[in-house]
Write a protein that binds this ligand. Structure first.
Ligand code: HEM
Ligand code: HEM
Ligand code: SF4
Ligand code: SF4
Length: 398
């Protein structure tokens, strides 16, 4: 094992009240030479004020183009145990439900084949296993995908479908309006080829939240954001509303005034909601969940185009289908996804996400390609910019 190195600069990051990744890597370094060299190389990066990692490189396992992220040190002579430091993404179960046996199996295998360091869970949602050598990838994958009780598949990386992910959903959350875990599992199986074989201009992500609280932040982090919603009226228990107020709850300040569309009113005795103007943001329901509940006609809103910066700046997804009933086998959703991907694949430039392509070629081209009618909810800045370029043949000429 490489001799333990002094890390005065990294030690600074252990001070203060927060958990520190340095402390965790030091713990792993007791048994892992690569974790030890990781500390050494990082300390040197702080001294030199530049990173010592090379980016990229093609690595993988048989039959897969995704799931492994290659990394190499640019000073392998000094830090031989991190000469290669590849990351494996494993496809997490829907909603991140495990039993301890499943987790122990992975930890044992990662101590055997990798650095022992993990990132549960990565920002993509996957189980992220940090740091191994090229020759360990295949044996690790063979073992992890053949575990008798809880085998795991690789997740997505590269220009392909990224591992779909979802919120805890109906198994734990009273707000869930769709079965996020079932949908996530179903889509993962349905589109497994797209997950494993990079074939598109760039990445494409699906994240699913059971309600507009959007606990997986799907609107900002995924090209296709699926959020549970309802389309009938919010259910109001007026007695329970009055009980909130009687207990001193500031209904005017905390609910009525904060409704984004100002569609609620309170006359001191009755709460009224103009449901046609409610955008189903969940604010009032979160604040008074004993008195207000979503309606019973449930489904999902589909948003498109969310992404972090690369070719263009960060974008939030915008509504493409205001309401879709979502029940197995989810055919309507799958057909929409296939059509959208096909248009993107045909027209997208390298590294262009679907939202950027829609901006470049125009929403009307996208809508025509996927066969959707324009609706007001698709307007990028609703209530601020109602502008839409119609096709000439759709306008009335006199
Ligand atoms: C300038 C240097 C780097 C840049 C610009 C960069 C950029 C990125 C980007 C854009 C992603 C997200 C990819 C995706 O959405 O799937 C990513 C993920 C990742 N990168 Fe890097 N990277 C850099 C250096 C490194 C280094 C040095 C390592 C490890 C030694 C590393 C390990 C990872 C890992 C493990 C992930 C996945 C994280 C997760 O899923 O939560 N990166 N990187
Ligand atoms: C030169 C600096 C950086 C570059 C070039 C960079 C680039 C990127 C890119 C291209 C992505 C993927 C975008 C996508 O999913 O569409 C990404 C994702 C991400 N980056 Fe960065 N990044 C930088 C710095 C940082 C820093 C400083 C942090 C955190 C402190 C960070 C945290 C993340 C995270 C958490 C994600 C994943 C987002 C998600 O998919 O949920 N990045 N980055
Ligand atoms: S997004 Fe909604 S359903 Fe999902 S965990 Fe959050 S509050 Fe619950
Ligand atoms: S869900 Fe949001 S928009 Fe609808 S009534 Fe409640 S606060 Fe207003």
């Amino acid at each position: 094992m490489t001799e333990a190195k002094k890390t005065p600069l990294l030690d600074e990051l252990e001070k203060g009240p927060w958990p520190s990744f340095v402390t965790e890597i030091k713990k792993a370094a007791a048994n892992s030479p690569s974790a030890q060299d990781l500390l050494g190389q990082l300390e040197l990066s702080y001294e030199d004020k530049r990173g010592h990692w090379k980016h990229g490189g093609l690595v993988g396992v048989m039959g897969y183009g995704g799931g492994v992220i290659g990394r190499y040190s640019d000073i392998p002579e000094q830090f031989p145990n991190v000469e290669m430091f590849h990351t494996i993404r494993l496809n997490q179960p829907s909603g991140w439900y495990y039993n301890t046996k499943a987790l122990r199996q992975i930890c044992d295998l990662w101590e055997k084949y990798g650095s022992g360091l993990t990132n549960l869970h990565g920002s993509t949602g996957d189980l992220v296993l940090l740091g191994t050598r090229t020759e360990n990838l295949q044996p690790f994958f063979d073992e992890v995908s053949n575990l008798e009780e809880h085998p795991f598949d690789l997740g997505g990386s590269g220009s392909n479908l990224r591992t779909p992910s979802c919120c805890a959903g109906p198994a734990r959350c009273e707000f869930a309006l769709i079965d996020t875990t079932d949908l996530c599992h179903d889509l993962t199986n349905e589109f497994q080829d797209y997950l494993h074989r990079p074939m598109w201009p760039y990445k494409s992500k699906i994240k699913i939240s059971g309600c507009p609280n959007d606990c997986v932040a799907s609107i900002a982090r995924s090209d296709f954001s699926i959020q549970g919603t309802w389309r009938d009226d919010i259910k109001i228990d007026q007695e329970a509303v009055r009980a909130y107020v009687a207990e001193g709850f500031d209904i005017q300040g905390l609910v009525i005034d904060k409704c984004p569309t100002k569609c609620m009113s309170w006359d001191g005795n009755e709460l009224t909601i103009d449901n046609a103007n409610c955008t189903r943001c969940m604010h009032c329901i979160n604040k008074m969940c004993k008195a207000l509940r979503p309606g019973d006609d449930r489904g999902a809103t589909i948003l498109i185009g969310g992404k972090a910066p690369i070719l263009q700046g960060a974008m939030m997804g915008w509504v493409i289908i205001p309401f879709m009933k979502l029940e197995p086998p989810y055919t309507e959703l799958k057909e929409f996804l296939e059509k959208a991907w096909e248009w993107w694949d045909e027209n997208g430039k390298t590294r262009e996400r679907i939202g950027e392509l829609i901006l470049r070629l125009g929403m009307r081209n996208f809508l025509r390609a996927v066969g959707l009618e324009p609706v007001p909810q698709m307007v990028n800045a609703p209530r601020a910019n109602p502008f839409f370029f119609w096709w000439p043949e759709e306008t009335v000429q006199d």
